[in-house]
Design a protein around this ligand. Structure first.
Ligand SMILES: CC(C)(COP(=O)(O)OP(=O)(O)OC[C@H]1O[C@@H](n2cnc3c(N)ncnc32)[C@H](O)[C@@H]1OP(=O)(O)O)[C@@H](O)C(=O)NCCC(=O)NCCS
Length: 245
């Protein structure tokens, strides 16, 4: 991730709450029983994200595309949805109890791989580009085995929250005209169709709808998102958003 700055982490409500560092935030969320977390994608997540991408989309990005996005695309932000392990020792305690070679390898893996944790399974991801005047959702996908369990919604909430924290007033995306599940997800969050890009997809020349959510920085949209978060919590339980602005 090219960005630096404040790490904000929170349960879905209250979202504005923050912790001084990501590790403390993770501990706090585990302590209160948060099972699902949306957090920034780390390089070590990429193999799992590529699996999800291959499963979800007819044509995949070339190898190393995600590496390029994470390390060189200054306007890109990627989030992953993970299920947090609740049982057993915390990762750092487990590492302390491991034999010396295991500790060294574990430390190296974390140093090379970023924040990803071996126990976490990546269940979905979202890609967001933040050019000067908008937030563009370039990809969202959930493992087929885990769809219809609120993960797409959680990722979208994370992406929209990140866009709001960056002060963007407009969110846009393209979606296949045949992709009714994705359109239903976006419409639930207030996106509306604003145009069509003919023959947009190279694999079958299908048209794309352009969808947009305006007023992302407005009190009305903020209120609607708070309502959706409250509904989300009551339906799916606690979840965490850990966002790097
Ligand atoms: C689109 C996608 C990300 C949704 O993820 P998901 O985790 O299954 O979605 P959720 O369980 O969070 O569902 C949230 C909302 O999305 C809509 N939705 C999701 N799947 C749906 C389906 N199969 N049929 C109708 N609506 C659906 C509903 O509005 C749902 O809200 P509800 O549960 O109150 O009805 C997932 O289907 C996916 O990965 N598809 C393949 C990749 C893709 O098409 N990405 C979008 C590219 S534009």
């Amino acid at each position: 991730m090219t960005s630096a700055g404040a790490t904000g982490a929170s349960r879905l409500a209250p979202l504005a709450q923050g912790w001084p560092c990501a590790r403390m935030a993770l501990r706090a969320m585990k302590a209160i029983g948060v099972r699902r977390l949306v957090r920034p994608m780390a390089p070590a997540d990429i193999p799992q994200v590529e699996e999800i991408e291959r499963e979800a989309f007819p044509s995949s990005w070339p190898p190393s595309a995600f590496q390029h996005e994470l390390h060189h695309n200054r306007i890109a932000r990627y989030l992953v949805a993970v299920e947090m392990p609740q049982e057993g020792p915390a990762p750092e305690e487990a590492t302390a109890a491991a034999p010396p070679l295991g500790r060294v390898l574990g430390g190296l893996r974390r140093a090379l791989g970023g924040a990803a944790q071996a126990e976490e399974r990546v269940l979905g991801y979202l890609g967001l580009w933040l050019p000067a005047d908008e937030a563009h959702i370039i990809a969202i996908a959930v493992r087929a085995s885990h769809r219809r369990q609120g993960l797409g919604e959680l990722l979208l909430l994370g992406g929209l929250e990140l866009a709001r924290r960056h002060g963007r007033a407009l969110a846009t995306l393209e979606c296949r005209v045949s992709n009714l599940p994705a359109q239903a997800l976006y419409e639930k969050y207030g996106f509306r169709r604003v145009g069509v890009r003919p023959r947009y997809y190279s694999d079958n020349l299908e048209d794309a709808y352009v969808m947009a959510l305006e007023g992302l920085d407005s009190p009305a949209v903020a209120r609607r998102l708070e309502e959706l978060k409250a509904l989300y919590r009551s339906r799916w339980g606690e979840a965490g958003l850990q966002l790097v602005v």
